[in-house]
Design a protein around this ligand. Structure first.
Ligand code: A3D
Length: 321
């Protein structure tokens, strides 16, 4: 018997619930929603299951507070922890969410050690690094979602500026998922035409482009400021589902993700946003792109910010190396 893939969602909050809904609608597999808040995962799983007859999907949904239920999951998507409130930076979440990563990592290690693990919890680059250590899973099987979302925001703003379909807009945002992220203009295109060429052609101006880049950097804060009670969840969930699908269907998608770099882009032994290929083996490859001088300066600054967060984690938990 061919079993359906099993997708475990650790954290059944705003993003977790949206992930469950999308995974079911796209029939990526059976879904287990896990949370420590008794009733929340069960309630969301039942509610989504009850949308099945109208939507017409075949997927089982289960809500649980017991890690045993994630047994042998093929994919785990981690959103457990707390999100930002207005005025908070992602880094303010570090202390609380590091403790959450420890319990989640141990749960995955015991029950789903063969899973492809996608971390979304902030501050992303440090949390995915800690989660890999706490879970003990191979580095190619533990990855952070940020670049797909940041690039999607960039692509959305560009498609509005150029008034063209977002299908024809590609974009790359690299570096850490924070205020220092690096939206690359040379590697971002409309219909294959790089952004600097579009400025030269007079289709947009450098000022407008700079404003879009800044809005992309502030994309998360813009949503937090509007919602007031939490952070973005529809687009973050969709981005992680894109990565999960690339793994489950062995698509070999080239997506920017927070991946473990060991030599690539001059980095040794930690996580930061880089172009990757996702296929059946998880992160199949980190694409060692060449940055321009100015991009390199921005990237280095971003890497320093991530290193600072990693050091802060080590100061809290001496077992992390
Ligand atoms: P929220 O709706 O609060 O959901 C978080 C859930 O985690 C809640 O249901 C909690 O009960 C649960 N939880 C807390 N502690 C544990 C634990 N130890 N084990 C299991 N579950 C637990 O938040 P959200 O879904 O809006 O956001 C989740 C995380 O994603 C936050 O840290 C956000 O900052 C982060 N986030 C990241 C991005 C990126 O692009 C990287 C984007 C948006 C949000």
């Amino acid at each position: 018997k061919m079993a359906r893939p099993k997708i475990a969602l650790i954290g059944a909050g705003q993003i977790g619930g949206t992930l469950a809904h999308l995974a079911a609608i796209k029939e990526l597999g059976d879904v287990v929603l896990f949370d420590i808040a008794e009733g929340t995962p069960q309630g969301k799983a039942l509610d989504i299951a009850e949308s099945g007859p109208s939507e017409g999907f075949d997927a089982k949904l289960k809500g649980t507070t017991d890690y045993a239920d994630i047994a042998d999951a093929d994919v785990c998507i981690v959103t457990a922890g707390v999100p930002r409130k207005p005025g908070m930076s992602r880094d303010d979440l570090l202390g609380i969410n590091l403790k959450v990563m420890k319990s989640v990592g141990e749960g995955i290690k015991e029950h789903a050690p063969n899973a492809f693990v996608i971390c979304i919890t902030n501050p992303l680059d440090a949390m995915v690094w800690a989660l890999q250590q706490y879970s003990g899973l191979p580095t190619n099987k533990v990855v952070g979602m940020a670049g797909v979302l940041d690039s999607a925001r960039f692509r959305h703003f560009l498609s509005v500026e150029f008034d063209v379909s977002m299908k024809d807009v590609t974009a790359f945002v690299l570096g850490g998922h924070g205020d220092t992220m690096v939206p690359s203009t040379r590697y971002s295109t409309v219909g294959g035409i790089p952004l600097p060429d579009l400025v030269e052609m007079g289709w947009t101006t450098q000022e407008k482009l700079d404003a879009i880049i800044q809005r992309t950097r502030d994309g998360g804060a813009e949503i937090v400021g509007l919602l007031k009670t939490g952070s973005a969840f529809y687009a973050p969930a969709t981005s992680a589902i894109e990565m999960a699908e690339a793994f489950l269907k062995d698509q070999r998608r080239l997506l920017p993700c927070a991946a473990y770099c060991d030599g690539e882009l001059g980095l040794d032994g930690f996580y930061v946003g880089v172009p990757t290929i996702i296929g059946a083996n998880g992160i199949e490859k980190v694409v060692d792109i060449k940055l321009s001088k100015s991009e390199q300066i921005m990237f280095d600054k971003s890497v320093e910010a991530v290193k600072g967060l990693v050091e802060a984690c080590k100061a809290i938990d001496g077992n992390l190396v």
